[in-house]
Design a binder for this molecule. Structure first.
Ligand code: PGA
Length: 256
């Protein structure tokens, strides 16, 4: 099987947005990206705005998705949103296990792995986030933390996903999120190569690995040039059409 890892850029709007601001952002983005080479591309607004964003992006090359998903298919789970619901809304992607979900909502490694399976079962592409905290990084525990977070995901997926499954891992060092700090390019490549090996060992040869954490228009090309970086998960810069479009172009120009 030929391995093709099309570059992917996903914008995570987090808990930001409002009808008018969303419309302005999407219209500006579509104008900036018209006629440009594009990577695979998605934006993940807060749940209430998914239908609006879906309507604005319908027929465009940009997909959309959710920022988390329940591991359950349906039932008495107040406040949760299921993978079949996201499919009903035309979603392509869903982020799972973002560090803000782990930190503020107590999501565990096991739960994240079940969310990823629920997403795949409904035909969504899960973007599974992993990454160490500042303290873990300082203690030299980065790879051990990532192995711990990945273990249930890889075990669970090994049973359900074929080698071509559309599984995406995002390496988001917690200390780099929203801080303007990023690891060195060597540091990013080292972690991505480690994740790549784990994915290969699990037979997930087609999986893409995104880098997330203070990606901007100014550093995207350097990060995306690294051999095991297949694109980015973008927070703050996804709310700025100009910056996000620069990041998209950097990913599109990456040699595959
Ligand atoms: P940031 O967020 O781009 O604002 O640092 C990245 C993330 O949360 O994945």
């Amino acid at each position: 099987m030929t391995v093709v890892r099309t570059p992917l850029v996903v914008g995570n709007w987090k808990m930001n947005g409002a009808f008018e601001a969303n419309r302005a952002l999407i219209e500006a983005l579509l104008a900036l990206l018209a006629q440009k080479p594009l990577p695979a591309l998605g934006v993940c607004p807060p749940f209430p705005y998914v239908p609006q964003i879906g309507a604005l992006l319908a027929g465009s090359p940009i997909g959309w998705g959710g920022q988390t998903v329940s591991e359950h298919r349906g039932g008495a789970y107040t406040g949760q949103v299921s993978a079949p619901m996201l499919r009903d809304l035309g979603c392509t992607y869903v982020i799972v296990g973002h560090s803000e979900r782990r930190q503020y909502c107590g999501e565990t490694d096991e739960q994240v792995s079940l969310q990823a399976v629920a997403a795949l079962d409904s035909g969504l592409i899960p973007i599974i986030c992993v990454g160490e905290s500042a303290d873990e990084e300082a203690a030299g525990q980065t790879l051990a933390v990532i192995d711990r977070q990945l273990a249930p995901v890889l075990t669970t997926l090994a049973g359900v996903a074929d080698e071509g499954a559309s599984v995406v891992i995002a390496y988001d060092p917690v200390w780099a999120i929203g801080t303007g700090k990023t690891p060195t390019p060597e540091g990013v490549q080292k972690v991505h190569a480690h994740i790549r090996q784990r994915l290969m060992d699990a037979g997930l040869v087609q999986s893409r690995i995104l880098y997330g954490g203070s990606v901007k228009g100014s550093n995207a090309a350097t990060l995306f040039a690294l051999p095991d970086v297949d694109g980015g998960l973008i927070g703050g810069a996804a709310l700025d059409a100009q910056d996000f479009s620069t990041i998209c172009t950097a990913a599109a120009n990456r040699a595959v």
